[in-house]
Design a protein around this ligand. Structure first.
Ligand code: ATP
Ligand code: 3PG
Ligand code: MG
Length: 401
């Protein structure tokens, strides 16, 4: 990578501003899945082990009104980070002003400080002003003034143009570096997209048809096969004139699906059979059907023949990128397709296997197959934007070597 990295920066005695993606699930004031915090530890440790003073910034959720703030405080994240680092982390409950500046002045080499949720800046005096999310130039300049150098390790946020990533970087020319997580994500995803070992197979599932249909179009030029499963599949069924019953379909995307089918030829692999249910519930009546899905039934998982067919396509793959579960894996009765595909990927020891996306990552972790895969991306939207071949503003703003 031609970008500056954390190892290129002076750290001893420096105030090191760091952008991380600690946008993690919080339930009842406690951090749930801490994958994203754990993933940033190598860079944080490197900075403090080299005498830097780590000043961490992250957003958490989406702050649109004053009342959103209490539930989206970074305090629980500071507690978890402190446990993981096994040392105190100073939490500053504000995003600007004397309290923050004093706390930074009091830091010693090797100390860690976490600033309040950067998106608190999106709401001022009850108004939704988007200072952070809209990359307000004054805010980026102010945050940049609080430190000497900048390290961006927030791959998960790289598709966003925020004051805390793009803004700070722009105000630290020649001193804005990528962290280890950023490097690692770019390496795995970059190799997969730019120079994949073939056959290269992409698996797309999940529920966000309109968000992700653009990815399919772009990947058609790059992948050897694209497997479509999960809620994504039935819009393609509809485009082919197969009956979908009450399955998830995005009607205004049927035309796009038709165009993709025309362009794709036999590159696109759709489910042969599905587990259909009479309601969206784990306790629904279910059956496996091939092809047409009758009214009153909805497809909530791929069926055994689809699993077999998908495995057949995957068995010789050398690169596999997966986003979006094969069914409603949150309900145990519809988790089998996702589990089977995940388990099978785990057996492809000669292949590079990459999973990205919030629910997809949660699925492979819950189902116990995560450690068999080459790379679990911390980016959902970011990894897909990358796969689409688009420039990520957070990465673009990092200084060149
Ligand atoms: N057949 C289906 N019908 C309805 N929902 C489905 C079906 N298959 C999967 N899903 C749902 O799709 C959701 C996950 O899709 P999603 O596109 O959000 O993936 P993701 O990995 O979280 O990616 P991102 O990070 O972009 O959100 C899950 O909640 C799952 O229940
Ligand atoms: O979780 C993510 O994808 C990133 O942290 C970005 O969050 P956002 O979708 O709220 O901008
Ligand atoms: Mg999701």
């Amino acid at each position: 990578m031609a970008k500056l990295t954390v190892e290129d920066l002076p750290l001893e005695g420096q105030k090191v501003l760091m952008r991380v993606d600690f946008n993690v699930p919080i339930k009842d004031g406690v951090v749930g899945d801490d994958n994203r915090i754990v993933a940033a530890l190598p860079t944080i440790k490197y900075v403090i082990d080299h005498g830097g003073r780590a000043i961490l910034f992250s957003h958490l959720g989406r702050v649109k009104k004053e009342e959103d703030k209490p539930g989206l405080s970074m305090r629980p994240v500071a507690e978890r980070l402190s446990n993981l680092l096994n040392k105190p982390v100073t939490f500053v409950p504000v995003t600007e002003g004397k309290q923050l500046e004093d706390a930074i002045d009091n830091m010693k080499n090797g100390d860690v400080l976490l600033v309040q949720n950067t998106r608190y800046e999106d709401v001022k005096d009850g108004e939704y002003v988007k200072r952070e999310s809209g990359n307000d130039p004054e805010l980026g300049k102010y945050w940049a003034s609080l430190g000497d150098v900048f390290v961006n390790d927030a791959f998960g946020t790289a598709h966003r143009k925020h004051a805390s990533n793009v803004g700070i970087a722009t105000n630290k020319p020649g001193k804005a570096a990528a962290g280890y997580l950023m490097e690692k994500e770019i390496k795995f995803l970059g190799d997969a997209v730019d120079n994949p070992e073939r056959p290269f197979v992409a698996i797309l599932g999940g529920a966000k048809v309109s968000d992700k249909i653009g990815v399919i179009d772009n990947l058609l030029d790059k992948a050897d096969k694209i497997i479509i499963g999960g809620g994504m599949a039935y819009t393609f069924y509809a485009a082919k004139g197969i009956k979908v019953g009450n399955s998830l379909v995005e009607k205004d995307k049927i035309d796009v699906a038709k165009q993709i089918l025309d362009k794709a030829g036999d590159k696109l692999v759709l489910p042969i059979d599905n587990v259909v249910a009479d309601k969206f519930n784990n306790d629904a009546d279910t059956k496996v059907v091939e092809g047409d899905i009758d009214d009153g039934w909805m497809a909530l998982d791929i069926g055994p023949k689809s699993v077999e067919e998908f495995e057949n396509v995957l068995k010789d793959a050398k690169t596999v990128v997966w986003n979006g579960p094969m069914g409603v894996f949150e309900m145990p009765n519809f988790a089998k397709g996702t589990l089977e595909i995940g388990k099978f990927l785990g057996t492809l020891t000669d292949a590079t296997t990459i999973v990205g996306g919030g629910d997809s990552t949660a699925a492979v972790k819950e189902l116990g197959v995560a450690d068999k895969l080459t790379h679990i991306s911390t980016g959902g939207g970011a990894s897909l934007t990358y796969l689409e071949g688009k420039t990520l503003p957070g990465i673009a703003a990092i200084s060149e070597k």
